[in-house]
Structures are given as structure tokens and as C-alpha cells.
Design a binder for this molecule. Structure first.
Ligand code: GNR
Ligand code: NI
Length: 172
């Protein structure tokens, strides 16, 4: 196991759609182990493969502080909303440190996918875990939570981003 560097806002891999996993091999298991360790070290509740520079459709999650057992991984995730209820709560991203904004998400979703061995898995989740599923699946589609913000909050977030010390790239 090893940690891998987390890619930051501005890295094109974060805007790239990840590819379906078709090979359930040792490399996939290794990737998942490394992602869990990277998420733990960073103190996140989730991590998508794009965030460590790998364009495979897999994410890891850990909401075990909320509900026992809510830690693991999902390969090739697909979610659907259960009902129309939404939640608005603070959301952040390890690839956009320091930016936290109220973000609207579905309150309850059902996610289906596979485990590292290719076996089908699914779960129904609410609250933070449902938020995590939506946030991580967005990453796998090359989408950041900034896109889910209201116009006002997105403007705030972009201003904060421009001034973030980790984001001091040359600008034209
Ligand atoms: O650690 C994280 N916290 C978080 C809080 C609210 C909603 C989503 C998240 S996911 C984030 C880790 C991350 O960037 N995953 O992609
Ligand atoms: Ni994120």
C-alpha cells in the first residue's frame, strides 16, 4: 500500500471522463488499496480515481463515522435518485482545498456497481453518503462540485480559487 499524490483543480485529468473497468485484476486491487490509504491520509470521506490521475471508473468512500460499515469501494458505479427530495449542505473536495459551499444533491440514492472482483454490489444511501456517491460519480464523469453550485456561490468559489495559494499557476 502507498499513498498517491492528489491532483488539484486545473489538472486536465479532473475534467476527463473515466473509462469503464473491464479487467478485475491485481492492478485494480492495488489501485483501490492506494486510494483508501490516500483518502485516509487526506481525511476525506471519498476519493475518485481521477483524483490520483487514473481514468478508471472506481471510487472509495468512508462514512463509517456516521454509520458502521460505510467504508469501501465501488467499481463502475451508476446511481439513481430515490424520490425527489434534495438536501443542501456544505460540500468540499480534496482537489479544491479550502473551498466549501452549500451544494444541492438528492437526499437518497441507490448506487449499483461492482466490487474489485467484479461481483455486483448495490446500496441505498442517504445524507452524507448519498452526497458522496453523487460527488464521486461526478468526478468519474469529469465534473467538479463547482458545477453544481448556484450561480452566486459558484462566483464566490471561483474568486476564492483564484486567490488560493496552491493555485498560483501562470495566468495569461
Ligand atoms: O472529503 C470530502 N468531503 C466531502 C464533503 C461533502 C461532500 C462531498 C465530500 S467528498 C470529499 C473528498 C473528495 O474530494 N472526494 O472526491
Ligand atoms: Ni472531490
Amino acid at each position: 500500500m502507498a499513498t498517491r499524490p492528489i491532483r488539484m483543480f486545473g489538472d486536465p485529468v479532473l475534467r476527463t471522463r473515466a473509462q469503464e473497468v473491464t479487467e478485475f485484476d491485481a492492478a485494480l486491487e492495488h489501485l483501490i488499496d492506494d486510494m483508501l490509504e490516500t483518502m485516509d491520509e487526506a481525511g476525506g470521506v471519498g476519493l475518485a480515481a481521477n483524483q490520483v490521475g487514473v481514468t478508471k471508473r472506481v471510487f472509495v468512500y468512508d462514512c463509517s463515522h456516521i454509520e458502521e460499515g460505510l467504508r469501501g469501494h465501488i467499481v463502475n458505479p451508476v446511481w439513481e435518485a430515490i424520490g425527489e427530495e434534495t438536501q443542501i449542505d456544505q460540500e468540499g473536495c480534496l482537489s479544491i482545498p479550502g473551498v466549501q459551499k452549500d451544494t444541492e444533491r438528492f437526499q437518497t440514492v441507490k448506487v449499483s456497481g461492482q466490487d474489485k472482483d467484479g461481483n455486483p454490489v448495490s446500496m441505498v444511501a442517504s445524507g452524507l453518503m448519498a452526497r458522496c456517491i453523487q460527488h464521486e460519480t461526478d468526478h468519474l464523469d469529469g465534473i467538479l462540485f463547482l458545477k453544481r453550485l448556484s450561480p452566486e456561490l459558484r462566483k464566490e468559489a471561483m474568486a476564492e480559487l483564484r486567490n488560493a495559494e496552491w493555485n498560483q499557476e501562470p495566468r495569461g
